[in-house]
Design a protein around this ligand. Structure first.
Ligand code: HEM
Length: 407
Protein backbone atom coordinates (compact mmCIF):
# COMPACT_ATOMS: atom_id res chain seq x y z
CA UNK A 1 0.00 0.00 0.00
CA UNK A 2 1.55 3.19 -1.22
CA UNK A 3 5.02 2.35 0.16
CA UNK A 4 7.79 4.54 -1.10
CA UNK A 5 5.45 7.26 -2.33
CA UNK A 6 6.35 9.66 0.42
CA UNK A 7 9.10 12.18 -0.03
CA UNK A 8 11.80 11.93 2.62
CA UNK A 9 11.31 15.63 3.41
CA UNK A 10 9.89 16.48 6.80
CA UNK A 11 6.22 17.53 6.81
CA UNK A 12 5.96 16.28 3.25
CA UNK A 13 2.55 15.45 1.83
CA UNK A 14 2.06 11.68 1.78
CA UNK A 15 -0.42 9.16 0.47
CA UNK A 16 -1.13 7.50 3.78
CA UNK A 17 -1.65 3.75 4.02
CA UNK A 18 -5.08 4.34 5.48
CA UNK A 19 -6.27 5.66 2.09
CA UNK A 20 -6.12 2.11 0.63
CA UNK A 21 -4.35 3.23 -2.54
CA UNK A 22 -1.99 0.77 -4.16
CA UNK A 23 1.21 2.08 -5.68
CA UNK A 24 0.55 0.31 -8.99
CA UNK A 25 -3.19 -0.25 -9.01
CA UNK A 26 -4.44 2.98 -7.49
CA UNK A 27 -8.00 2.60 -6.21
CA UNK A 28 -8.38 -0.99 -7.49
CA UNK A 29 -8.32 -3.74 -4.87
CA UNK A 30 -5.04 -5.68 -5.30
CA UNK A 31 -5.49 -9.37 -6.09
CA UNK A 32 -9.14 -9.74 -5.03
CA UNK A 33 -10.08 -13.04 -3.36
CA UNK A 34 -12.34 -15.46 -5.22
CA UNK A 35 -13.58 -17.86 -2.54
CA UNK A 36 -15.53 -17.41 0.69
CA UNK A 37 -15.17 -19.94 3.52
CA UNK A 38 -18.02 -22.28 4.55
CA UNK A 39 -20.91 -21.48 5.12
CA UNK A 40 -20.63 -18.31 2.99
CA UNK A 41 -19.50 -20.33 -0.05
CA UNK A 42 -23.18 -20.87 -0.89
CA UNK A 43 -23.34 -17.19 -1.91
CA UNK A 44 -20.45 -17.80 -4.32
CA UNK A 45 -22.22 -20.82 -5.85
CA UNK A 46 -25.24 -18.67 -6.65
CA UNK A 47 -23.25 -15.67 -7.90
CA UNK A 48 -21.09 -17.87 -10.15
CA UNK A 49 -24.20 -19.25 -11.86
CA UNK A 50 -26.40 -16.18 -12.17
CA UNK A 51 -27.02 -16.28 -15.95
CA UNK A 52 -28.06 -19.97 -15.87
CA UNK A 53 -30.16 -19.66 -12.71
CA UNK A 54 -31.96 -16.66 -14.19
CA UNK A 55 -32.54 -18.36 -17.52
CA UNK A 56 -33.99 -21.44 -15.80
CA UNK A 57 -36.20 -19.35 -13.52
CA UNK A 58 -34.45 -20.72 -10.40
CA UNK A 59 -32.63 -17.68 -9.11
CA UNK A 60 -35.27 -16.20 -6.82
CA UNK A 61 -36.14 -19.58 -5.28
CA UNK A 62 -32.44 -20.26 -4.59
CA UNK A 63 -32.07 -16.91 -2.87
CA UNK A 64 -35.22 -17.42 -0.79
CA UNK A 65 -33.83 -20.76 0.47
CA UNK A 66 -30.64 -19.19 1.90
CA UNK A 67 -29.98 -19.27 5.64
CA UNK A 68 -29.40 -15.93 7.36
CA UNK A 69 -25.65 -15.99 7.94
CA UNK A 70 -23.82 -14.00 10.60
CA UNK A 71 -21.21 -11.87 8.87
CA UNK A 72 -19.25 -11.34 12.11
CA UNK A 73 -17.48 -14.54 11.10
CA UNK A 74 -16.18 -12.89 7.91
CA UNK A 75 -12.93 -11.28 8.99
CA UNK A 76 -10.55 -9.21 6.88
CA UNK A 77 -11.05 -6.45 4.31
CA UNK A 78 -10.58 -8.60 1.21
CA UNK A 79 -13.04 -11.29 2.35
CA UNK A 80 -15.57 -8.61 3.23
CA UNK A 81 -15.13 -6.89 -0.16
CA UNK A 82 -15.67 -10.23 -1.91
CA UNK A 83 -18.83 -10.85 0.13
CA UNK A 84 -20.11 -7.34 -0.71
CA UNK A 85 -19.48 -7.96 -4.41
CA UNK A 86 -21.23 -11.33 -4.33
CA UNK A 87 -24.25 -10.11 -2.35
CA UNK A 88 -24.45 -7.12 -4.71
CA UNK A 89 -24.61 -9.39 -7.76
CA UNK A 90 -27.21 -11.62 -6.10
CA UNK A 91 -29.33 -8.63 -5.02
CA UNK A 92 -29.32 -7.07 -8.52
CA UNK A 93 -30.25 -10.44 -10.02
CA UNK A 94 -33.00 -11.00 -7.44
CA UNK A 95 -34.58 -7.60 -8.05
CA UNK A 96 -34.32 -7.52 -11.88
CA UNK A 97 -34.33 -11.29 -12.60
CA UNK A 98 -34.87 -11.57 -16.38
CA UNK A 99 -34.87 -7.82 -16.90
CA UNK A 100 -38.37 -8.03 -18.37
CA UNK A 101 -40.16 -5.71 -15.96
CA UNK A 102 -41.07 -8.42 -13.39
CA UNK A 103 -39.28 -6.72 -10.49
CA UNK A 104 -39.16 -7.52 -6.77
CA UNK A 105 -39.61 -4.62 -4.38
CA UNK A 106 -38.67 -6.56 -1.24
CA UNK A 107 -35.26 -8.11 -0.59
CA UNK A 108 -35.83 -11.10 1.74
CA UNK A 109 -34.36 -10.81 5.23
CA UNK A 110 -32.08 -13.86 4.79
CA UNK A 111 -29.98 -11.84 2.37
CA UNK A 112 -30.95 -8.28 3.36
CA UNK A 113 -29.74 -8.67 6.98
CA UNK A 114 -26.19 -9.91 6.25
CA UNK A 115 -25.89 -7.57 3.24
CA UNK A 116 -26.83 -4.45 5.20
CA UNK A 117 -24.69 -5.41 8.19
CA UNK A 118 -21.68 -5.99 5.94
CA UNK A 119 -22.34 -2.77 4.04
CA UNK A 120 -22.37 -0.85 7.28
CA UNK A 121 -19.08 -2.43 8.28
CA UNK A 122 -17.47 -1.46 4.97
CA UNK A 123 -19.11 1.98 4.84
CA UNK A 124 -20.69 1.14 1.48
CA UNK A 125 -24.38 1.19 0.49
CA UNK A 126 -26.25 -2.15 0.19
CA UNK A 127 -26.28 -2.14 -3.63
CA UNK A 128 -23.74 -3.17 -6.26
CA UNK A 129 -21.25 -0.32 -6.54
CA UNK A 130 -18.30 0.44 -8.84
CA UNK A 131 -15.95 -0.52 -6.00
CA UNK A 132 -17.48 -4.02 -6.21
CA UNK A 133 -18.05 -4.81 -9.88
CA UNK A 134 -14.97 -3.01 -11.26
CA UNK A 135 -12.42 -2.52 -8.49
CA UNK A 136 -12.86 -5.92 -6.76
CA UNK A 137 -14.12 -8.10 -9.60
CA UNK A 138 -10.99 -9.10 -11.50
CA UNK A 139 -8.21 -11.66 -11.75
CA UNK A 140 -5.21 -12.35 -13.94
CA UNK A 141 -5.38 -15.57 -15.95
CA UNK A 142 -1.63 -16.05 -15.72
CA UNK A 143 -0.63 -14.53 -12.36
CA UNK A 144 2.84 -13.70 -13.69
CA UNK A 145 1.44 -12.19 -16.88
CA UNK A 146 0.60 -8.52 -17.53
CA UNK A 147 -2.54 -6.58 -16.60
CA UNK A 148 -3.97 -6.65 -20.11
CA UNK A 149 -7.45 -7.44 -21.33
CA UNK A 150 -6.22 -10.72 -22.83
CA UNK A 151 -4.66 -11.86 -19.55
CA UNK A 152 -7.59 -10.82 -17.35
CA UNK A 153 -11.09 -11.91 -16.48
CA UNK A 154 -13.93 -10.86 -14.22
CA UNK A 155 -14.99 -13.06 -11.29
CA UNK A 156 -18.78 -12.84 -11.71
CA UNK A 157 -21.10 -12.20 -14.66
CA UNK A 158 -24.62 -11.04 -15.36
CA UNK A 159 -26.60 -12.28 -18.37
CA UNK A 160 -25.52 -10.55 -21.58
CA UNK A 161 -22.52 -12.65 -22.57
CA UNK A 162 -19.13 -10.98 -22.56
CA UNK A 163 -20.56 -7.48 -22.46
CA UNK A 164 -20.13 -7.26 -18.68
CA UNK A 165 -16.56 -8.47 -18.92
CA UNK A 166 -15.84 -5.79 -21.52
CA UNK A 167 -17.50 -3.01 -19.57
CA UNK A 168 -15.98 -3.87 -16.18
CA UNK A 169 -12.49 -4.68 -17.44
CA UNK A 170 -12.17 -1.66 -19.71
CA UNK A 171 -13.33 0.56 -16.84
CA UNK A 172 -10.67 -1.09 -14.66
CA UNK A 173 -7.96 -0.68 -17.30
CA UNK A 174 -8.83 3.02 -17.80
CA UNK A 175 -8.64 3.37 -14.04
CA UNK A 176 -5.24 1.61 -13.92
CA UNK A 177 -3.76 3.73 -16.72
CA UNK A 178 -4.78 6.87 -14.86
CA UNK A 179 -3.67 5.37 -11.52
CA UNK A 180 0.00 5.77 -12.45
CA UNK A 181 -0.59 9.50 -12.14
CA UNK A 182 -1.51 9.18 -8.45
CA UNK A 183 2.19 8.72 -7.65
CA UNK A 184 2.79 12.26 -8.86
CA UNK A 185 0.42 13.80 -6.33
CA UNK A 186 2.82 13.92 -3.36
CA UNK A 187 5.53 15.22 -5.69
CA UNK A 188 3.19 18.00 -6.81
CA UNK A 189 2.18 19.14 -3.33
CA UNK A 190 5.75 19.03 -2.10
CA UNK A 191 6.88 21.03 -5.15
CA UNK A 192 4.20 23.64 -4.40
CA UNK A 193 5.27 23.74 -0.77
CA UNK A 194 8.89 24.30 -1.76
CA UNK A 195 8.08 26.64 -4.65
CA UNK A 196 9.86 24.24 -6.97
CA UNK A 197 8.37 25.13 -10.35
CA UNK A 198 10.54 22.78 -12.44
CA UNK A 199 9.57 19.70 -10.43
CA UNK A 200 5.92 20.74 -10.54
CA UNK A 201 6.10 21.24 -14.30
CA UNK A 202 7.62 17.79 -14.82
CA UNK A 203 5.04 16.10 -12.59
CA UNK A 204 2.18 17.79 -14.46
CA UNK A 205 3.64 16.55 -17.76
CA UNK A 206 3.74 13.01 -16.33
CA UNK A 207 0.11 13.24 -15.22
CA UNK A 208 -0.95 14.45 -18.67
CA UNK A 209 0.81 11.51 -20.26
CA UNK A 210 -0.99 9.05 -17.93
CA UNK A 211 -4.33 10.67 -18.77
CA UNK A 212 -3.54 10.34 -22.50
CA UNK A 213 -2.81 6.64 -21.93
CA UNK A 214 -6.14 6.29 -20.13
CA UNK A 215 -7.87 7.78 -23.17
CA UNK A 216 -6.13 5.28 -25.47
CA UNK A 217 -7.33 2.40 -23.28
CA UNK A 218 -10.86 3.82 -23.39
CA UNK A 219 -10.90 3.24 -27.18
CA UNK A 220 -10.85 -0.53 -26.58
CA UNK A 221 -14.43 -0.42 -25.35
CA UNK A 222 -15.61 -0.66 -28.97
CA UNK A 223 -13.85 -4.03 -29.36
CA UNK A 224 -15.40 -5.62 -26.32
CA UNK A 225 -18.79 -4.05 -25.56
CA UNK A 226 -21.75 -4.41 -27.89
CA UNK A 227 -24.13 -1.39 -27.65
CA UNK A 228 -27.31 -3.47 -27.83
CA UNK A 229 -26.16 -5.94 -25.18
CA UNK A 230 -25.03 -3.08 -22.99
CA UNK A 231 -28.21 -1.06 -23.38
CA UNK A 232 -30.72 -3.88 -23.45
CA UNK A 233 -29.23 -6.23 -20.87
CA UNK A 234 -26.28 -5.16 -18.71
CA UNK A 235 -27.63 -1.66 -18.01
CA UNK A 236 -30.75 -3.21 -16.49
CA UNK A 237 -28.76 -5.30 -13.99
CA UNK A 238 -26.74 -2.25 -12.96
CA UNK A 239 -29.88 -0.15 -12.40
CA UNK A 240 -30.61 1.06 -8.92
CA UNK A 241 -33.71 2.04 -7.03
CA UNK A 242 -33.36 5.77 -6.83
CA UNK A 243 -35.10 7.90 -9.44
CA UNK A 244 -36.28 4.65 -11.03
CA UNK A 245 -39.98 4.51 -11.95
CA UNK A 246 -39.98 0.71 -11.61
CA UNK A 247 -39.17 0.98 -7.91
CA UNK A 248 -40.35 4.49 -7.26
CA UNK A 249 -40.45 3.95 -3.48
CA UNK A 250 -37.08 2.18 -3.40
CA UNK A 251 -36.32 -1.35 -2.19
CA UNK A 252 -37.53 -2.74 1.12
CA UNK A 253 -34.63 -4.48 2.91
CA UNK A 254 -36.78 -6.88 4.94
CA UNK A 255 -35.79 -7.24 8.58
CA UNK A 256 -33.49 -4.21 8.43
CA UNK A 257 -35.61 -1.11 7.83
CA UNK A 258 -39.38 -0.69 8.04
CA UNK A 259 -39.55 1.49 4.94
CA UNK A 260 -38.06 1.07 1.44
CA UNK A 261 -34.68 2.72 0.80
CA UNK A 262 -33.44 4.39 -2.40
CA UNK A 263 -29.94 3.74 -3.73
CA UNK A 264 -28.46 4.71 -7.11
CA UNK A 265 -27.25 2.04 -9.53
CA UNK A 266 -23.64 1.11 -10.25
CA UNK A 267 -21.85 3.64 -12.45
CA UNK A 268 -18.30 4.72 -13.22
CA UNK A 269 -19.44 8.07 -11.81
CA UNK A 270 -18.55 6.29 -8.54
CA UNK A 271 -14.91 6.03 -9.61
CA UNK A 272 -12.54 8.16 -7.53
CA UNK A 273 -10.03 8.64 -10.32
CA UNK A 274 -11.70 11.48 -12.27
CA UNK A 275 -12.76 13.24 -9.09
CA UNK A 276 -9.20 12.90 -7.80
CA UNK A 277 -7.72 14.82 -10.76
CA UNK A 278 -10.53 17.37 -10.70
CA UNK A 279 -9.62 18.18 -7.13
CA UNK A 280 -5.88 18.15 -7.78
CA UNK A 281 -6.19 20.55 -10.72
CA UNK A 282 -8.67 22.82 -8.98
CA UNK A 283 -11.55 21.96 -11.33
CA UNK A 284 -14.40 23.24 -9.21
CA UNK A 285 -17.27 20.93 -9.94
CA UNK A 286 -19.00 22.45 -6.91
CA UNK A 287 -19.15 25.79 -8.77
CA UNK A 288 -20.76 24.19 -11.85
CA UNK A 289 -24.41 23.24 -12.38
CA UNK A 290 -25.95 22.64 -8.98
CA UNK A 291 -27.47 19.33 -10.02
CA UNK A 292 -24.21 17.96 -11.50
CA UNK A 293 -22.20 19.05 -8.48
CA UNK A 294 -24.67 17.43 -6.10
CA UNK A 295 -24.72 14.20 -8.11
CA UNK A 296 -20.91 13.92 -8.13
CA UNK A 297 -20.84 14.67 -4.42
CA UNK A 298 -23.49 12.05 -3.80
CA UNK A 299 -21.48 9.51 -5.83
CA UNK A 300 -18.68 9.92 -3.32
CA UNK A 301 -20.90 8.26 -0.73
CA UNK A 302 -20.82 5.14 -2.95
CA UNK A 303 -17.00 5.01 -2.80
CA UNK A 304 -15.05 3.14 -0.10
CA UNK A 305 -14.64 5.50 2.88
CA UNK A 306 -10.83 5.32 2.57
CA UNK A 307 -11.08 6.78 -0.95
CA UNK A 308 -13.57 9.44 0.16
CA UNK A 309 -11.07 10.41 2.85
CA UNK A 310 -8.32 10.62 0.27
CA UNK A 311 -10.38 13.01 -1.89
CA UNK A 312 -11.07 15.03 1.22
CA UNK A 313 -7.38 15.20 2.04
CA UNK A 314 -6.66 16.50 -1.48
CA UNK A 315 -9.24 19.21 -0.96
CA UNK A 316 -7.49 20.40 2.16
CA UNK A 317 -4.08 20.55 0.46
CA UNK A 318 -2.70 23.81 -1.02
CA UNK A 319 -4.23 24.76 -4.38
CA UNK A 320 -2.04 23.80 -7.32
CA UNK A 321 -4.09 26.04 -9.63
CA UNK A 322 -3.63 29.09 -7.41
CA UNK A 323 0.10 28.41 -7.28
CA UNK A 324 0.36 28.14 -11.07
CA UNK A 325 -1.73 31.30 -11.45
CA UNK A 326 0.48 33.19 -9.02
CA UNK A 327 3.65 32.51 -11.02
CA UNK A 328 4.40 34.44 -14.15
CA UNK A 329 5.60 31.27 -15.83
CA UNK A 330 4.14 30.67 -19.30
CA UNK A 331 5.69 27.18 -19.53
CA UNK A 332 4.17 26.10 -16.22
CA UNK A 333 0.77 27.51 -17.16
CA UNK A 334 0.90 25.69 -20.50
CA UNK A 335 1.61 22.28 -18.91
CA UNK A 336 -1.13 22.90 -16.33
CA UNK A 337 -3.52 23.64 -19.20
CA UNK A 338 -2.41 20.47 -21.03
CA UNK A 339 -3.38 18.50 -17.96
CA UNK A 340 -6.83 20.11 -17.78
CA UNK A 341 -7.23 19.59 -21.55
CA UNK A 342 -6.47 15.87 -21.05
CA UNK A 343 -9.38 15.71 -18.58
CA UNK A 344 -11.60 17.55 -21.08
CA UNK A 345 -10.61 15.08 -23.83
CA UNK A 346 -11.43 12.12 -21.60
CA UNK A 347 -14.84 13.62 -20.89
CA UNK A 348 -15.46 14.43 -24.57
CA UNK A 349 -14.63 10.87 -25.53
CA UNK A 350 -16.85 9.58 -22.74
CA UNK A 351 -19.71 11.66 -24.17
CA UNK A 352 -19.25 9.93 -27.54
CA UNK A 353 -19.34 6.57 -25.78
CA UNK A 354 -22.54 7.45 -23.96
CA UNK A 355 -24.10 8.56 -27.26
CA UNK A 356 -23.21 5.22 -28.84
CA UNK A 357 -24.14 3.02 -25.88
CA UNK A 358 -27.19 4.79 -24.47
CA UNK A 359 -28.59 7.65 -26.52
CA UNK A 360 -28.68 5.90 -29.92
CA UNK A 361 -30.02 2.53 -28.64
CA UNK A 362 -32.63 4.47 -26.62
CA UNK A 363 -33.78 6.26 -29.79
CA UNK A 364 -33.89 2.97 -31.68
CA UNK A 365 -35.89 1.32 -28.93
CA UNK A 366 -38.47 4.07 -28.71
CA UNK A 367 -38.86 4.04 -32.49
CA UNK A 368 -39.46 0.29 -32.29
CA UNK A 369 -41.97 0.70 -29.50
CA UNK A 370 -43.50 3.65 -31.36
CA UNK A 371 -44.58 5.01 -28.03
CA UNK A 372 -43.00 8.42 -28.37
CA UNK A 373 -40.93 10.48 -30.77
CA UNK A 374 -38.29 11.15 -28.16
CA UNK A 375 -36.79 8.38 -26.04
CA UNK A 376 -38.72 7.99 -22.85
CA UNK A 377 -37.29 9.41 -19.65
CA UNK A 378 -36.53 5.91 -18.40
CA UNK A 379 -34.61 4.86 -21.52
CA UNK A 380 -32.45 7.95 -21.73
CA UNK A 381 -31.20 7.68 -18.17
CA UNK A 382 -27.84 6.34 -17.13
CA UNK A 383 -27.62 3.58 -14.58
CA UNK A 384 -27.03 6.21 -11.90
CA UNK A 385 -30.36 7.75 -12.96
CA UNK A 386 -29.21 11.14 -14.32
CA UNK A 387 -30.39 13.11 -17.33
CA UNK A 388 -27.15 12.00 -18.82
CA UNK A 389 -26.13 14.21 -21.69
CA UNK A 390 -27.07 17.39 -19.87
CA UNK A 391 -25.18 16.23 -16.81
CA UNK A 392 -22.07 15.05 -18.65
CA UNK A 393 -21.81 18.18 -20.81
CA UNK A 394 -22.11 20.35 -17.77
CA UNK A 395 -19.30 18.42 -16.01
CA UNK A 396 -17.12 18.81 -19.11
CA UNK A 397 -17.85 22.51 -19.36
CA UNK A 398 -16.91 23.04 -15.70
CA UNK A 399 -13.63 21.25 -16.47
CA UNK A 400 -13.01 23.62 -19.40
CA UNK A 401 -13.57 26.58 -17.12
CA UNK A 402 -10.46 25.61 -15.15
CA UNK A 403 -8.27 26.39 -18.19
CA UNK A 404 -6.03 29.39 -17.65
CA UNK A 405 -6.00 32.12 -20.29
CA UNK A 406 -2.83 31.46 -22.29
CA UNK A 407 -0.52 34.44 -22.54
C1 HEM B 1 -20.20 1.69 -22.25
C2 HEM B 1 -19.42 2.52 -21.55
C3 HEM B 1 -19.94 3.61 -20.65
C4 HEM B 1 -21.18 4.15 -20.54
C5 HEM B 1 -22.42 3.82 -21.35
C6 HEM B 1 -21.13 5.14 -19.49
C7 HEM B 1 -22.21 5.89 -19.06
C8 HEM B 1 -22.18 6.86 -18.11
C9 HEM B 1 -23.31 7.61 -17.64
C10 HEM B 1 -24.71 7.40 -18.15
C11 HEM B 1 -22.89 8.48 -16.71
C12 HEM B 1 -23.76 9.48 -15.95
C13 HEM B 1 -23.93 9.06 -14.54
C14 HEM B 1 -24.98 7.99 -14.41
O1 HEM B 1 -26.14 8.26 -14.68
O2 HEM B 1 -24.62 6.88 -14.04
C15 HEM B 1 -21.49 8.29 -16.55
C16 HEM B 1 -20.70 9.02 -15.70
C17 HEM B 1 -19.36 8.83 -15.58
N1 HEM B 1 -18.62 7.85 -16.19
FE1 HEM B 1 -19.23 6.57 -17.62
N2 HEM B 1 -19.86 5.21 -18.99
C18 HEM B 1 -19.11 4.29 -19.66
C19 HEM B 1 -17.79 4.01 -19.43
C20 HEM B 1 -17.00 4.69 -18.54
C21 HEM B 1 -15.61 4.39 -18.27
C22 HEM B 1 -14.81 3.26 -18.92
C23 HEM B 1 -15.18 5.30 -17.37
C24 HEM B 1 -13.81 5.43 -16.75
C25 HEM B 1 -13.36 4.58 -15.89
C26 HEM B 1 -16.30 6.17 -17.06
C27 HEM B 1 -16.26 7.20 -16.14
C28 HEM B 1 -17.33 8.00 -15.79
C29 HEM B 1 -17.24 9.11 -14.86
C30 HEM B 1 -15.98 9.58 -14.15
C31 HEM B 1 -18.51 9.64 -14.75
C32 HEM B 1 -18.93 10.86 -13.90
C33 HEM B 1 -18.95 12.09 -14.77
C34 HEM B 1 -17.59 12.73 -14.91
O3 HEM B 1 -16.85 12.85 -13.94
O4 HEM B 1 -17.28 13.15 -16.05
N3 HEM B 1 -17.38 5.77 -17.78
N4 HEM B 1 -21.06 7.30 -17.41
Amino acid sequence: MAHGMASPMENSWKIKEEYHIDEDLGFALPNPLEELPYPFDVWISIAKNLPTLIENDQLRAEVEKLKTLNIDDLQGHKLQRLAHLVLGYITMAYVWNKGDGDVRKVLPSNIAIPYCKLSEKLGLPPILVYADCVLANWKKKDPRGPMTYENMDILFSFPGGDCGKGFFLISLLVELAAASAIKEIPIIFNAVQHQDQDTLQKALVDITSCLHKALEVFHQIHDYVDPNEFFGILRIYLSGWKGNAQLSEGLLYEGVWDTPKKFAGGSAAQSSIFQCFDVLLGVQQSAGEKYAAEFLQEMRTYMPPAHQNFLHSLESAPSVREFVLSKDNAGLQAVYNDCVKAMVSLRSYHLQIVTKYIVIPAHQQSKKNQTAEEPSEKENKGTGGTEIMYFLKSVRSTTEHALLKEK
